[in-house]
Design a protein around this ligand. Sequence first.
Ligand SMILES: [Zn+2]
Length: 411
Amino acid sequence: MVDAVRVLANLDELRALTGDANGAQRVAWSPVWLKARAWFEEKLKALPVERHYDAAGNHWVTLPGESETALVVGSHLDSVPNGGWLDGCLGVMAALEVLTHFAESFNGRPPITIKLVDWADEEGARFGRSLFGSAAFAGQATIEADRRRTDRDGITLEAALAACGVEIDRVGEAVIEQKSLAAYLELHIEQGPILEAQGKPLGVVLGTKGVERWAITFHGQEAHSGSTPMPVRRDALAAAAKLALEIRPIAKKHPQAVATMGSVKTFPGIVTAVVGRCEATLDMRDLDADVLASILEEARAASLRFASEERCTVEWSKIWSIQPIPFDAELVLLCREAVLETAGTVEELPSGPLHDAAEVASAGIPTVMMFVQSLNGLSHNAAEDTRREHLELAVTAFTSLAEKVAAWIQR
Ligand SMILES: [Zn+2]
């Protein structure tokens, strides 16, 4: 029997143990995070499982099956400072319910192995390295860069890891955990407003969006605002302003694409001068790599056009980018089925934020995520919340997905 009420009771218990009036305080590599992990270890005592921490600090709990081939379910217990009670924890507690359900259904020995993983430092809140544990698992450890990371108090990541029993030189060894893994499933809160707006409790995540992040600088001519006639101005802000408006219709041509000009700085930036230089940023995202490439190209062409209209020049320099990571097509279908059967309605959506699941998928392991509605689209703060009946539906649907995927692995 799936016991969603037990999952909620666990979440309430963890919230009381590791949160305060400002929210959750389970920042990775901190004493409160270790307390959450120790609490979780206690929860496992009644189950016929083996467990270990890998070289990157990820916690693996194994319910051995007839076959070594494994289905993995998981998420992360760490939070941002003053975080929410569901981000990450919901996925870990739902995974525990899946493990318990398989142990009970098969008298302690299911046909395939079921594993639970609690990834280390998903949030990167203290040292600025998100997806620390899952990236190491996926063979994407960044040890040299990590060695230079410090927190606000000057404590090195290396020292913080060592205090938790993790050696920085060995985190890459976490890749051995990939052995025999046939699929990865993660339940997470949406952290956005789409499911609530659609009136859908649950959604199937199609993948994580790719990101193109650029700095765009328009160069014109500084000039006196009183003496320079309008027709001869070379106003760098005018060109940037046209682009800020133009990226909206460019993105709107595609249902999932988003484009944001998040920062605009003008130079000299005084009330009596025509803007000679304007520095803007552009962040564009989509799940489809071709769409992402095409909206980026359209924005670039538009910037050249506007620069020329305003008799300015423009230069682009890349800040950062990442490819879209689509989830497994067959698992997306199974997730859709599980959600539809449980909730009677389903929404398919990409994830704007990155997740550990993206690292797992990039390692070539078939992966899918399920989202449950977030109230008011809020996350990463104490206001983060989801209706309790939606959380119960999510646990039921997620367990059903695990059963379907277990059968799919054995097909
Ligand atoms: Zn999360």
